[in-house]
Design a protein around this ligand. Structure first.
Ligand code: HSC
Length: 693
């Protein structure tokens, strides 16, 4: 018998305990251990009831995702749960931590559920591009009804135990020792002589209204463009309401098998693991500790600084927002308070919570106010001299051991660090706008950054709910450096023959929420112009637009028209005429450019730059680049990120097309990067690369 699952006796109650750290995933050994122990409990005449519980920090958090895509080893989870259904002795699931996916499905296979007050329960499979495959879509609606089940399964978001109690998903809340309370509950069942209640036999909550169901499904899948799993979830929940149980289970299994073998789920599983890998630093000693961040300071009360300050207040960390004068400070604080109160007015936050968060952000004029902060984040505009001055001042003001971070999106963090006498404490923390909303945080590791300072930045990011990656120092770091390639190519294709709306349309069809031109308009065309001023680069059309005062959405005009405050881009004949005239002036004969070419021209140069970024050690792993693009730039998660996508397309194909464009466009930066060529020649993908420290 495996030691990952053990049966102990507490009088007439058997406790089957799973112990498979870190999250008690249902690996093959756990499935067999569960089945063997359930069989043993069934056969043992001295046992009258069974409690299934877990050791460690959580109840079973799901199937073992690393086993997907590998040869199946019986018993399957369906078999384990079917056995639970057949058992003649009552089974109680005793849940603490998170009962997720297959873990919740095991709990649904039990006859009763007791949950710790702090437990969370959910079916997050949709986030991995699959659907619950061990009865979750069939049993959950039987317990909580169509509407709630649909919400939980299609969103994948877990619910808290008290809500689960209210919905009928759990039968009792435990405030003490979860295993002891599970056993006590089992004894109560026995004492009362309650008949076993199998979820599969319940039908009292299956009544539903077809029209309301369709409407709810439509709302829940509104943002799921391109994704297969959410629709499969809807179908399977609908089956639960209309089909006999066994038929519904069969259909669920078929849908699961199809999705788990598909490219989308492969991509989403890649993202799941890449996200967790991205925070690991191979050369960082395991003993490295993050410094305590009890108080933060943010320099610059603009959109960026304000958003960053909100990130800290949101998790209860006091933060000082620093400006150079009172007027700018009050404006910044006013916007923050307005944001919080607007969220509260819309029901997104309790009003007292909003006030509490507002209260955690104190304003101050002058850098001296950063003296007591454990972490200082500078978020002033992109100007090297200004940033160096601020860091030189901070060197004098900040307390010893404070981590000094810059939110620069392009500038040399090492040069900024050299303005201080403590470059080991300096790090980049590149937030994306709006900082309180966007998930990505690019932590930039300078040459001199200490392990401790790096770990402090990374842990802080995790604490404020960001998905993090670590980048080395280069112009634009991982994300913006690659974006720069796409921007150059986007300008080029409109001069060669495509129109902005055609380029954007192709990119939206690829799966991005918006195309490069609408994105430029949203960010503001003055931003790119300022960056080009710093580098000396030119952009034929973007420069003309800037000079005409067409700075994007904020001026109502950019590449597109935004009439009457609308955010929907409308093609503008004036811009089309400008593009055509520019092509003519430059002697470019315009031609029709296919969607396929647009995709290749937008995406392959980015992949090429990604290869250089890997070769230079700026990104430690290809997955880090993927995480940057999925969480920072709207890369469709079901395509797994640019480097994963490159492996799917095949590196030979990408290298060939890049070589072709390098020649036809006459730009040698499009020549396939040495790493890309090497991997293509070896018949390998980026996924074959080991992490670099
Ligand atoms: C599923 O359950 C499918 C079912 O419907 C069954 C289908 C049966 C089909 C039969 C058909 C015929 N597996 O996140 P952390 C690792 S799908 C393997 O940092 P936290 C993770 O990689 C699953 N590994 O911890 C990391 O490893 P590292 C549905 C898993 O405390 C370590 O554990 N369930 C894993 O921040 C720690 O993870 C989910 O999607 C798994 N399931 O958060 C839940 N889960 O240390 C996924 C984690 O080497 N998990 N790992 O880097 C989570 O959401 C979070 O891990 C928790 C903990 C909230 C559980």
């Amino acid at each position: 018998m495996t030691t990952l699952v053990e049966l102990t006796r507490d009088g007439e109650v058997a406790v089957i305990l799973v112990d498979n750290p870190p999250v008690n995933a249902l690996s093959h050994a756990v499935r067999s251990g569960l089945l063997q122990n359930l069989k043993a409990a069934q056969e043992d005449a001295g046992i009258e009831a069974v409690v299934i519980a877990c050791k460690g920090r959580t109840f079973i958090a799901g199937a073992d995702i690393t086993e997907f895509g590998k040869p199946f080893q019986p018993p399957g989870l369906l078999e384990v749960i079917a056995f639970m259904d057949e058992m003649s002795k009552p089974i109680v699931a005793a849940i603490h931590g998170t009962a997720l996916g297959g873990g919740l499905e095991v709990a649904l296979g039990a006859h009763w559920r007791v949950a710790a007050e702090s437990a969370r329960l959910g079916l997050p499979e949709v986030k991995l591009g699959i659907l619950p495959g061990a009865g979750g879509t069939q049993r959950l609606p039987r317990l909580v009804g169509a509407e709630e089940a649909l919400k939980m399964i299609v969103s994948g978001d877990p619910i808290a135990a008290p809500k689960a109690l209210q919905l009928g998903l759990v039968d009792e809340i435990s405030k003490g020792d979860i295993v002891a309370d599970g056993v006590a509950f089992a004894r109560k069942i026995l004492a009362e002589g309650r008949p076993i209640q199998r979820v599969r036999d319940r039908a009292d909550k299956l009544a539903f209204d077809e029209k309301a169901f369709k409407e709810a499904a439509g709302n829940l899948t509104k943002r799921a463009r391109g994704l297969e799993a959410p629709m499969a979830c809807v179908t399977s929940v609908h089956n639960a309401l209309t089909m006999p149980f066994d038929e519904g289970i069969g259909a669920e299994r078929d849908l699961f098998m199809k999705l788990v073998a598909g490219d989308q789920s492969k991509a989403q599983r890649h993202v799941f693991f890449a996200e967790r890998e991205a925070l690991k630093v191979p050369d960082m000693p395991a003993t490295t500790k993050a410094r305590d961040v009890a108080k933060a300071a943010v320099i610059g009360g603009g959109t960026m600084g304000g958003g960053i300050a909100m990130c800290f207040a949101n998790v209860g960390v006091p933060v000082t927002l620093i400006e150079t004068n009172d007027e700018a400070l009050q404006r910044g604080l006013g916007i923050i308070a307005g944001n919080y109160r607007a969220t509260a007015a819309k029901g997104g936050l309790a009003p007292e919570q909003a006030e509490k968060r507002i209260g955690l952000i104190k304003g101050a004029v002058g850098l001296d106010a950063a003296a007591d902060a454990d972490l200082v984040i500078e978020a002033v505009f992109e100007n090297m001299d200004l940033k160096k001055q601020i860091f030189a001042d901070l060197d004098r003001i900040a307390k010893p051991g404070a981590v000094l971070a810059t939110n620069t999106s392009t500038l040399d963090v090492d040069e900024i660090a050299r303005a201080t006498s403590r470059p080991a404490d300096v790090v980049g923390m590149h937030f994306f706008s709006p900082a309180n909303v966007m998930k990505l945080l690019e932590t930039v590791r300078g040459r001199a950054t200490s392990h401790e300072a790096l770990k402090t930045a990374v842990e802080t990011g995790r604490r404020i709910g960001k998905t993090g990656v670590i980048s080395g120092v280069c112009f634009g770091f991982i994300g913006n450096r690659m974006l720069g390639r796409r921007t150059v190519e986007a300008e080029r294709v409109i001069l060669e023959g495509a129109l902005p709306q055609e380029v954007d349309q192709a990119i939206v069809e690829f799966g991005f929420p918006m195309g490069p031109f609408a994105m430029g308009d949203l960010a503001g065309l003055d931003v790119g112009w300022r960056v080009r001023q710093g580098t000396g680069a030119k952009a034929e059309i973007a420069d003309q637009l800037y000079e005409l005062g067409r700075h994007g959405q904020k001026t109502g005009k950019g590449y597109f028209l935004y009439e009457d405050g609308s955010r929907v881009p409308r093609p503008d004949p004036e811009v089309e005429a400008m593009i055509l005239a520019s092509s003519k002036r430059l002697g470019i004969e315009r031609r029709a450019i296919s969607k396929q070419e647009i995709i290749e021209r937008m995406v392959y140069p980015m992949i090429n730059e990604g290869a250089r970024i890997l070769d230079e050690g700026i990104a430690m792993r290809p997955g880090d680049i993927d995480i940057t693009w999925v969480y920072g730039y709207g890369w469709p998660v079901w395509r797994g990120g640019p480097m994963f996508y490159a492996d799917q397309v095949g590196l030979t194909q990408i290298a060939d097309r890049l070589a072709h464009y390098a020649e036809t466009v006459g730009d040698e930066t499009l020549t396939p990067a040495p790493l890309l060529v090497r991997l293509a020649n070896e018949g390998k993908g980026f996924g074959s690369l080991a992490a670099r420290g």
